[in-house]
Design a protein around this ligand. Sequence first.
Ligand SMILES: Nc1nc2c(ncn2[C@@H]2O[C@H](COP(=O)(O)OP(=O)(O)O)[C@@H](O)[C@H]2O)c(=O)[nH]1
Ligand SMILES: [Mg+2]
Length: 491
Amino acid sequence: MKIKRFHAKDMRSTIRKVREELGADAVILSNRRAADGVEIIAAIDYDESLLDAQVPAATSASRDDEINIDASGPEIAERTNKTVSLSTSQREADDLPDVYSEAALNRRLSQPRQPAFAAHDFSLPEVDHDIEVQNSQANHAELRETPFIKETLNESPTPQQTETEAQTRAHSWSEEPSILAMQEELKSLRGLLVEQLSGLAWGQETCYHPLRARLLQRLLALGLSPVLAREIAAQCDEDDEIEKNWRCALARIAKRLPVAEQDILEQGGIIALVGATGVGKTTTVAKLAARYTLQHGPQKVLLITTDNNRVAAHEQLRSYARILGVPMRVAGDAQTLKSLIHGFADKGLILIDTAGMSQRDMKLSKQLSMITDGARDGGREVQIYLTLAANSQRGVLEDVAQAFNTIPLAGAILTKLDETTSLGGTLSVTIEQSMPVAWISDGQQVPEDLHRARPHSLVSRSVAIMQKLTSPEGDDPVSLTLGGMLANANG
Ligand SMILES: Nc1nc2c(ncn2[C@@H]2O[C@H](COP(=O)(O)OP(=O)(O)O)[C@@H](O)[C@H]2O)c(=O)[nH]1
Ligand SMILES: [Mg+2]
């Protein structure tokens, strides 16, 4: 019998190696996930009865009957008559000898196979990185019955085997009921562990850094992302009182909050508003147009919509244009946009309203490049502002900002501040994505409910919202958040 260890980046490649070297009759004795892939111990000419008969006899045998570990070469094991010899190129002997010793092998063989978890035993199973020889028979049987491995061992992959086939196979393997059940089990164990760890971490924080913990608690209640809240809280002065630290923390947030230096409306030019559907792009375009019209007159403004999908979208912008007395055009493609920009070169401000684009929409980059290309070809630069509705969840805003930040954004316009129950999340996103906020909108009235963004007023506003709406300080949300962070860090 010949035993050998195989190593590759995944199960499939490792099994292929086994096949190539030992042939289709190879027997898998054990497999485990290694740091950089999968490791399989396989054997050829494997005779279980011979092993069973020989191993007990080995108790009284001489040194030659032992399973040796030899560092002489890549060949791991070769067994003739009573001798099994295991070799490894890197001498992982420190990990291995005990399991291969005669006594250990006998002890393992004589023990009945234990389940990893007893019914009510929640202690974590001991992780054994060694090769579990005594389970080889059962492992072998189970593994051979696993469709993916069975097929891999019995069928020669032909050159014509397509990638689609491989994917389907991997897919069906991962949908095995036992694998799914195991995944569920692992998920619930992970949840349990995260809960325990988060409680522990929060307990330590409150014990060793009580002031920092309280500050962190407030910053999280403000809605800041856990990462930003921790960064700000870490700069606190433990010797000072909480209220002073709180004021300093708020000042730090305001300092980090990027806002547009110049007023869009003073600069003029071509401004396009992008963002998801319903965030308030058209209304904001109308508000900006109205303000500019008040200062420079209606003849200096042009409204363009690239939303040629919905008639309702045109109508909404058209009625604003009618009220303001400014022209409005529809541009369905880059060419039309280009000629419009060219033809209305005398306009001080061209506002482009766009169709709602989901961050997951495949048409997103196409639409954005249409805007930039159209404007560039028209000989003028376009400034694109991302419209973010402040009443969205932080996770959604992060997603949107990341997707849109792949194009050169001039900044952000925050809408629906009047409807949000937490402003910290929106502020976190603009800080973390370094996205200068130009304007904020806090109502539906055109043009009254539009204001220039000011860092201190945004921070005060978020504190006012927090004080009005959040419950008294409590540890639970914080520990859960810390738990989430730990889980993400480990996952
Ligand atoms: N409460 C509130 N509603 C707003 C604000 N901005 C826009 N809206 C409303 O949100 C809805 C969608 O706005 P719209 O401009 O059509 O969004 P679009 O799909 O992004 O163009 C409309 O009913 C607007 O009146 C705001 O700042 N606060
Ligand atoms: Mg719209």
